[in-house]
Design a protein around this ligand. Structure first.
Ligand code: FES
Length: 147
């Protein structure tokens, strides 16, 4: 079987799909490898992510990884969400085929972009680790930061 049961479950029954009208941070990123797009909405209270929703034009792997990623950051602090990597999300799904790893980058980057947007809206400086990676090996050299 190409995809794990968890991937299939999150693909067929994605969690947290939609929009948050009064979101505190919104991030949109594109995947340069396939042209797919992901939008992430965060509701933040104090330091805690109280709600999260996503929308994507990505493939099944993008849907499954975003669904899992939103479950992993809901109720977590901003600091914890910042630490979430696409590799950790893929691992939580019991793995993805190697050639689909680039799809999982969308969720991580969209969360980071939404957190960066939150900092900007608060009038605060965006922390360095929210700046999107340029040609980062771990990210398969794919980058949507526009640098
Ligand atoms: Fe584009 Fe998977 S092929 S996100």
């Amino acid at each position: 079987m190409l995809y794990s049961e968890k991937v299939m479950d999150h693909f067929e029954h994605p969690r947290n799909v939609g929009e948050i009208a009064d979101a505190d941070g919104v991030g949109q990123v594109g995947n340069p490898k396939c042209g797919d797009i992901m939008k992430m909405y965060l509701k933040i209270d104090g330091d805690v992510i109280t709600d999260v929703k996503f929308k994507t034009f990505g493939c099944g792997s993008a849907i499954a990884t975003s669904s899992m990623a939103t479950e992993m950051i809901r109720g977590k602090t901003i600091g914890e969400a910042m630490e979430l990597t696409n590799a950790a999300v893929a691992e939580a799904l019991d793995g993805l085929p190697g050639y689909k790893m680039h799809c999982s980058v969308l969720a991580e980057e969209a969360i980071k972009a939404a957190l960066a947007d939150y900092y900007k809206r608060q009038g605060k400086e965006v922390p360095d680790n929210l700046k999107l990676p340029c040609e980062d090996e771990e990210h398969g050299g794919c980058c949507s930061c526009g640098h």
